[in-house]
Every structure is written in C-alpha cells, then in structure tokens.
Design a protein around this ligand. Structure first.
Ligand SMILES: Cc1cc2nc3c(=O)[nH]c(=O)nc-3n(C[C@H](O)[C@H](O)[C@H](O)COP(=O)(O)O)c2cc1C
Length: 175
C-alpha cells in the first residue's frame, strides 16, 4: 500500500457543509386539512417501520400533529415542484393550501389524515412518539398502510440539495 497522494482541498464554512451530503428526499406531509413540505425525514426503525419527521414549533402542522396524531407522507416527483414550493412557503393558518397549490386530496386507507393522489406514493403513519430537539419536535410515526401509483419508483422521487431540487441519478451497483 502506498501513502495517499495529496489532493487539492477546499475549506468550507459551517453552513455550506451540508453540501457534502447527497441530496435528500423531500415529501409533502398531510394532516386532515393541511399539507407541508418536509425534508427532515428519516426512518427510525425497520421492524416495525417507524418514520420520523422534524417539524418546527412555529408550523401550523405542529399544532395539527399534536391534536390529530396521524400523518401521511406523500412522495412527489419533479412535476410537483410548484406544489412543493407553495406547501413550503404558505402556512395553513392563512388559507387552504390544497387550493393554493392545486393539489387534489382523497381519504386515506387507515388514517384520518388525507392522501395526495397526485403523488407517486402515500405512506400512512400514526404518531407513536415525540422527540423534542431545540426549536422542533420529531414526530415518530408507525407506518400502518402504504400504496403507490403503478409505475412509481422511489428512484424518480424528488430530492433537495442546499441550493436546488434534484432527482436521483442512475443505479450504479447492487447492494
Ligand atoms: C424544501 C423545503 C423543506 C422544508 N422542510 C421542513 C422541515 O423538514 N421541517 C419544517 O418544520 N419545515 C420545513 N420547511 C418549511 C415549511 O414547509 C413551511 O414553513 C410551511 O409553510 C409550514 O406550513 P404550515 O404552517 O401550514 O405547517 C421546508 C420548506 C421547504 C421549501
């Protein structure tokens, strides 16, 4: 083994360090009568499958999740960037976001939170735990039902970097 060759490096400021991570998923999370754009989403356990979303105290969605204890993770593709922007900038306190974003909704299978049929997939969750972290809480939801549009693939789902929206590139190797 030979020592690594020196290569050119660029120092980064703390705020630009997020650029070091690949783009992350971006989703539209629905409650009974509202939708919010969320990028703080992660799975917390596989069995049972539990998904957490980080929601700031200031969001209308925070109050709604506290009261309703259910949400749906709707997975948009690039055609829904406009709706992602609207749901990520307007508050449901100020009006009907479904109308503002041109989003149709329908009843879900297992939860009272509505689903967005315009999205490729819908993952229905019941809140089983809340984890406080500074100015936001992580709402951990157990997945109770899920469906997808025929032909939808996670690989076409919308993603978000620090400065742009993305879709994932091609698959390169098996796991
Ligand atoms: C790309 C993007 C990602 C966002 N991710 C989050 C997030 O993970 N958590 C959060 O609390 N707000 C997030 N926001 C901000 C909310 O979507 C925004 O404040 C929204 O208007 C809140 O709506 P509400 O008041 O109806 O809940 C994001 C916004 C954008 C544009």
């Amino acid at each position: 083994m030979s020592p690594a060759q020196p290569c050119e490096r660029v120092p980064l400021s703390p705020t630009s360090m997020l650029e070091l991570l690949p783009p992350y998923p971006i989703v539209l999370v629905t409650t009974r009568g509202n939708a919010i754009t969320i990028n703080q989403i992660a799975y917390f356990t596989f069995r049972p499958l539990r998904i957490g979303i980080g929601v700031a105290h200031s969001r209308h969605t925070h109050e709604l999740l506290r009261a309703e204890r259910e949400f749906v993770v709707n997975v948009p593709d690039a055609s829904l960037i406009g709706a992602v922007r609207v749901c990520g900038s307007l508050s449901g306190r100020d009006g009907d976001k479904f109308q503002a974003a041109g989003l149709e909704w329908e009843a879900s299978m297992q939860v009272g939170a509505v689903s967005l049929p315009g999205c490729g997939a819908q993952i229905e969750c019941r809140v089983v735990r809340e984890i406080p972290f500074e100015h936001r809480d992580w709402f951990i939801g157990e997945v109770v039902a899920a469906q997808k549009r025929v032909g939808h693939a996670g690989a076409k789902a919308l993603m978000c970097g620090r400065h742009a929206y993305w879709i994932p590139g091609a698959e390169v190797a098996p796991r």
